[in-house]
Design a protein around this ligand. Structure first.
Ligand SMILES: Cc1cc2nc3c(=O)[nH]c(=O)nc-3n(C[C@H](O)[C@H](O)[C@H](O)COP(=O)(O)OP(=O)(O)OC[C@H]3O[C@@H](n4cnc5c(N)ncnc54)[C@H](O)[C@@H]3O)c2cc1C
Length: 396
């Protein structure tokens, strides 16, 4: 259990969370339910950061055995629980994923990957080429085969963040401060955190401050005098006009997995195609590290559209009605930073979830709450240690 500081200025909360994205909201939810008084501060609205630009895939299918998959499996369970605790408006759907291979060598690699995942607890069933249309009637002919992942699910990210905060508020333990920027992390004499300074309320005190600032987590850490190499990895999503249910699962090609795991700064696209309850098909998402540049990339959209049509030829006749971009919070080893920062007692981090923050939010929140209250940790948090980059050159 983390020690609460007994001395210092009067406190208004046990925990200040900087960031009202899905990760901050999940941390607030689990911490408030554990009895902590929580203040969430965001300079914008709820889900105004990357959460509002995400797609809402809750994937285990794209993760190799290791710490991120453990976190994803734990989160998958917690999302199932949340689906019964939060209103149906969060649009949680256990639709499952289908990963398809175009060639025999790709299928061999996919088969090997799925076998490793199965040993780590993932449900994965091979689907022969001639049975793929049982799952997805509109899939292109000529594919080599695929794997069905029934644990993959979906949620509407902004609504999920909003309802997590509303449920936290229902405990009576939440103060939400929106439109208020954190400009300093306050420390006391012995170098312990004692709160934050915000643009509207001046000093806000608490013995613990959680950095849930997503892609801006590095900047928040710097306010505390620390380095955390979180960088933006841009992604575009293409949205079609509303359609009858053409795509039933999350469907993507096997090459997507290597794109996700790659650290390349260059443009990568491997379309994940999915239908939504409202009708539009989402085609996402590209990956590239170009800083916080929001300029529309026609090349990224052209590639996404082309790949989606190769998977679902019927989409060639469908109009794309809009596109949006967001910045994934990228840490050099593709793992988030979760837990207390040993360099500054009282400071914790829950950021850097890259392209999986919506999926990984509940497990992150539950871990943070357990760390603060002495609860049982569902998994070993060591791989997510926030100071693990301390002796490495920052990678852009
Ligand atoms: C195109 C795209 C598609 C994606 N698809 C998926 C997907 O399908 N599944 C999935 O799991 N993930 C997906 N992601 C990734 C996911 O969106 C992110 O990992 C997740 O939203 C991160 O959430 P967060 O709460 O950490 O950050 P954010 O949502 O960015 O929240 C951080 C908040 O901190 C606030 N903030 C920052 N600095 C300060 C400050 N100084 N003072 C006050 N407030 C501050 C910001 O205003 C912001 O609201 C996708 C991302 C992109 C870009």
């Amino acid at each position: 259990m983390l020690t609460r500081h007994s001395s210092g200025p009067p406190r208004t909360s046990d925990l200040i969370i900087v960031g009202a994205g899905v990760v901050g909201a999940a941390c607030a939810y689990y911490a408030a339910r554990a009895g902590l008084h929580v203040t969430v501060v965001d300079r914008g609205p709820v889900a105004g950061g990357t959460t509002g630009a995400g797609e809402g895939n809750l994937l285990v299918s794209d993760k190799a055995p290791g710490p991120e998959l453990e976190l994803a499996l734990n989160s998958a369970q917690l999302w199932r629980d949340l689906a019964t605790e939060l209103p149906a408006r969060i649009e949680y759907e256990t639709k499952g994923g289908v990963v398809v291979a175009s060639t025999e060598p790709e299928l061999t690699a996919l088969r090997r990957f799925a076998a490793e995942q199965r040993r780590a607890g993932v449900e994965a069933t091979e689907v022969p080429a001639d049975r793929l249309t049982d799952l997805e009637p509109h899939l292109a002919p000529g594919l080599a085969g695929g794997v069905h992942y029934p644990q993959d699910a979906q949620v509407q990210p902004a609504l999920a963040a909003a309802h997590l905060l509303r449920a936290a508020d229902d405990t009576g333990h939440l103060t939400l401060r929106l439109g208020e920027e954190v400009t300093a992390v306050l420390t006391g004499r012995p170098g312990e955190v004692r709160g934050v300074r915000t643009t509207r309320h001046g000093e806000v005190h608490a013995p613990h401050v959680l950095n849930a600032a997503g892609t801006w987590g590095g900047q928040l850490a710097r306010l505390a005098g620390l380095e955390l190499p979180v960088h933006p990895r841009r992604g575009f999503v293409l949205v079609t006009e509303p359609l009858p249910r053409v795509v039933r699962h999350k469907v993507y090609s096997a090459e997507y997995v290597s794109d996700v795991a790659s650290g390349s700064a260059g443009l990568q696209t491997s379309a994940v195609v999915e239908g939504t309850p409202a009708g539009p098909v989402l085609i996402g998402a590209s990956r590239e590290r170009v800083g916080f540049d929001r300029t529309l990339s026609v090349e990224a959209l052209r590639r996404l559209a082309g790949q989606a049509v190769r998977l679902f030829p019927a989409l060639a006749r469908v109009r794309a009605i809009r596109t949006y971009a967001g910045f994934r919070p990228y840490l050099p080893d593709h793992l988030p930073a979760i837990g207390p920062d040993p360099r500054l007692p009282g400071l914790l981090h829950a950021c850097g979830h890259e392209g999986a923050g919506i999926g990984l939010a509940p497990a992150t929140g539950a871990l943070i709450a357990a760390m603060l209250t002495g609860g049982e940790l569902a998994l070993d948090p060591a791989p997510f240690a926030p100071d693990r980059f301390e002796h490495e050159e920052s990678v852009r």
